[in-house]
Design a protein around this ligand. Structure first.
Ligand code: ZN
Ligand code: ZN
Length: 409
């Protein structure tokens, strides 16, 4: 059976947003069509307590709110950092951690209490004394339960394992023998399978995609997701599907919209009058022609650096996605996705389609929405479904790309 999962998120403890109520998360999940959602921050003790109090196990390893069908998977992000012998700076990488039950959460919390660990903003930050210590720690976490899964997160962003800051040529430099236990990676918002499929380290990996969201908003939850082919709707089946690459498709944020897609500096940086975007950068840290400082390599150029064109890619189905609420807002020339008019149109569409995912997968949008939804909105939804849109400028220097719909690609 198909299961739509979005299994990397953050709670209100991660800062930047207010408390994220699981009730509002579940409401958004239903509208979007997400079956299983990652709780976020499950190793952060106050959050662990909240989750224990609010959630009940509904099927093996999947949890739910009382009288609610949406499933939650116990999940956190975790950061490992160490100084590798051959590198000047520390190497650091974000990971998704998935847990089969609260018992294994307690065990990992106990393990980490003996390590050099900081956990102040919801996600543990572990500093290991050496690569060997890091490798041992990963094995210790992995040994807590055979179904505990560690997945390198948004691998190409500056905080991802293969990102430009770390400048590793292969993940073995960081994980050592733990590499054998890593079966999946997360593509991240600024990369899609097409950009990653010819990177030698990733050829045999499962690619999954998640929203990594910090809010329950309609343009955050499910902005990326993965459809898995699972035997049963339970935790073990999800992990099996991830390990065996039983991925039906990943729905990807358009990489050009991602905040680190291109290599460049924004005009509002000190010493800048214009946006500077460099094209096809080959070297590691190019110099900005305006401020003469180093520019961090964007994800596109970083992927090109690691790509080996002679590799025959594994077949991977994926689609690009723009949140419906953003398409509606753009069609009405409204910036605020929370505007009354935008929400009203969204509500009208949700009375016609069972979920947003169902809408994007439908081939009868025109017929279904005709005369019931504003024509401009219908046209822009159809344009997005056809892929007729761009981001101008694309995402770079930490800010998202600007969406332009329907002017030909
Ligand atoms: Zn992260
Ligand atoms: Zn600059």
């Amino acid at each position: 059976m198909n299961l739509v999962v979005d299994i990397h998120s953050h709670s209100g403890y991660a800062g930047g947003v207010g408390q994220i109520e699981l009730r509002s998360v579940s409401r958004t999940m239903k509208l979007k069509g997400i079956d299983v959602f990652g709780t976020g921050d499950c190793l952060f003790p106050p959050r662990t307590a909240d989750l224990r109090r609010m959630l009940k196990e509904a099927s093996q390893g999947l949890y739910a709110l009382p009288k609610d069908k949406c499933s939650f998977i116990l999940q956190t992000e975790i950061i490992f950092s160490t100084k590798l012998k051959h590198k000047k700076n520390k190497t650091l990488a974000h990971h998704i951690l998935l847990f089969p039950d609260f018992k294994s959460i307690s065990k990992v919390q106990k393990l980490m209490s003996k390590w050099n660990m900081k956990n102040t903003i919801g996600r543990p930050f572990i500093t290991s004394n050496s690569q060997t210590e890091l490798e041992d720690q990963l094995f210790e976490i992995g040994n807590v339960d055979p179904y505990l899964e560690i997945i390198p997160a948004h691998i190409m962003t500056p905080d991802g394992i293969l990102g430009s800051k770390n400048d590793l040529s292969e993940i073995f430099e960081f994980y050592g023998d733990y590499c054998k236990k890593i079966s999946a990676i997360e593509t991240g918002l600024s990369a899609d399978p097409a950009m990653l499929q010819q990177i030698p380290d990733l050829v045999d990996m499962t690619f999954i995609s998640n929203s990594d969201c910090h809010s329950a908003a309609l343009n955050r939850i499910g902005r990326e997701f993965t459809i898995l082919d699972v035997e049963k709707r339970d935790y073990h089946s999800i992990i099996e599907a991830i390990r065996k690459n039983n991925v039906i498709l990943t729905a990807e944020f358009n990489p050009a919209e991602g905040r680190y897609f291109m290599t460049g500096h924004r005009s509002d940086r000190k010493g800048h009058f214009y946006d500077t975007i460099l094209q096809n950068v080959k070297c590691g840290e190019p110099i900005c022609p305006e401020c003469k400082k180093k520019i961090m390599l964007g994800v596109k150029d970083r992927c090109d650096q690691l790509t080996n064109r002679s590799i025959v890619p594994t077949k991977r189905d994926f689609i690009h996605l723009i949140p419906l609420i953003e398409v509606i807002a753009a069609s009405q020339n409204i910036r605020n996705i929370n505007a009354k008019k935008v929400k009203k149109i969204f509500g009208a569409i949700m009375n016609i389609f069972p979920s947003e995912i169902a809408l994007w997968q439908s081939d009868s949008i025109q017929v279904m929405l005709d005369k019931r939804v504003d024509e401009k909105t219908i046209n822009q939804i159809l344009a997005v479904q056809k892929g007729d849109y761009t981001f101008q400028p694309p995402g770079f220097d930490g800010r998202y790309g600007k969406l332009i719909i329907g002017e030909g690609k």
